[in-house]
Design a binder for this molecule. Structure first.
Ligand code: SF4
Length: 389
């Protein structure tokens, strides 16, 4: 079990391995608090490879907290377009405003204060405090829980919040015990045995740079003790220390309780065309994909005739209708099963006054492909229909 396992023995091989094998990633070049924060938020639920170009573009457009706090909603949503989980960028913006108002524009270095910022949970607070400020705080995500459950052969459900809390407690203790101040520990020294405790049985304990240690744990989970498929035990720095490997339990650990099944929703997506322009609708400011643009859509799978009368009710005169391909988009808790129609409507110039009034109530904007690309953030849930523009 994790709480019975001697974690200090893991430090040296882990940090030594990391210093030899760390990937070169754009946010590691200059780990300012802002860079760490933005990258860690982007990396939640998203692959490193997918994040790289988004990160570079985002930092170029919004290089600091001030720029982010002053940014318009449509602009930051556009920068996030396609990355998914859009509440992340809304929270980033809200927290930037909070930092400007309450902390004079400086991202706090204290773990407890970081937790008060919108969208910052224990993992991100730990990452900012340790990676940017070298504070002895843990940054525990699913990767860290998995590798530690395996190395200690702990069969507790890693989705149990109690296990995460206990892991954070143990790592915080370890970091506090073994941490050197930043000026004492250059990255090259991290993981070397250096400190000596008088009178202790464990005469030598390794010194830790919290930044190196936490990054190394994450890197091990990403490159070696991987979540999908078999772990690469042969190249693992912990291969001689790992109880799951010794006990041949690597395919059984970690234990994860079954998740609830996702809800399935049927939708009909409408590409309403007026010349070379397509109708878009801004989603409500709360809930799933809040504030983003979407193609007009309705619950359920509608027939061609239902779509025609719906489009008429919206104040447009359909001229031609074509069925588009079906598509499925999976969110964390819900699946959208979509069918689509392209509906060519009579040009707005020919609409009656009554039609124009009804159309105005629908609050649609018409934009051509270039305008959509430039100004309107459309979530990837609609990607299958975007190619039909
Ligand atoms: S030895 Fe294998 S199972 Fe154990 S921590 Fe390393 S990669 Fe994971």
């Amino acid at each position: 079990m994790l709480h019975e396992y001697d974690l200090t023995q893991l430090i040296q091989p882990l940090c030594g391995w990391f210093l030899q094998n760390a990937r070169k990633l754009p946010w590691r070049d200059d780990p300012t608090p802002y860079h760490v924060w933005v990258s860690e938020i982007m990396l939640q639920q998203t692959r490193v490879e997918a994040v790289k170009s988004y990160y570079t573009r985002f930092i170029k457009a919004l290089p600091d907290v001030t720029a982010l706090a002053q940014c318009e909603e449509d602009v930051y949503l556009k920068l996030w377009e396609g990355l998914g989980y859009y509440s992340r960028v809304r929270n980033l913006h809200a927290a930037a405003v909070q930092i400007m108002q309450e902390y004079d524009g400086r991202i706090p270095d204290d773990y407890g204060t970081l937790l008060k910022l919108k969208g910052i949970g224990s993992y991100t607070a730990g990452a900012i405090a340790s990676l940017a400020y070298e504070k002895p705080e843990p940054a525990v995500d699913g990767n860290v829980l998995r590798v530690l459950a395996r190395v200690s052969a702990d069969d507790t459900d890693i989705l149990d919040p109690g296990f995460k809390k206990e892991t954070e407690r143990l790592l915080r203790e370890l970091l506090k015990e073994c941490c050197s101040s930043p000026k004492d520990t250059e990255p090259e020294d991290a993981g070397k045995e250096s400190a000596r405790r008088d009178g202790s049985e464990k005469a030598e304990i390794p010194s830790i740079s919290p930044r190196i240690f936490n990054q190394a744990l994450m890197e091990l989970g990403a490159l070696v003790c991987v979540p999908n498929g078999a772990p690469n035990c042969e190249i693992c720095p912990w291969r001689d220390l790992c109880l799951a490997r010794k006990m041949q339990l690597t395919d059984k650990l970690p234990v994860r309780a079954k998740k609830k099944e996702r809800r399935k929703e049927e939708k009909t997506i409408l590409l309403i065309r007026d010349g070379d322009k397509i109708a878009l609708h801004k989603r409500p400011s709360k809930g799933l994909l809040a504030g983003l643009y979407e193609f007009p859509n309705k619950q359920g799978h509608l027939s061609e005739s239902q779509v025609i009368s719906l489009v008429r009710d919206m104040g447009y005169s359909p001229l031609r209708i074509k069925r588009l391909a079906d598509s499925v988009h999976i969110f964390s808790h819900v699946e959208w099963h979509m069918i689509g129609y392209s509906v060519l409507v009579e040009e707005e110039a020919f609409a009656t006054k009554e039609q124009k009034q009804r159309a105005a109530m629908e609050e649609l904007v018409f934009a051509d492909a270039g305008e959509q690309k430039e100004h309107y953030a459309l979530p990837s849930a609609f990607a299958a229909y975007r190619k039909d523009i």
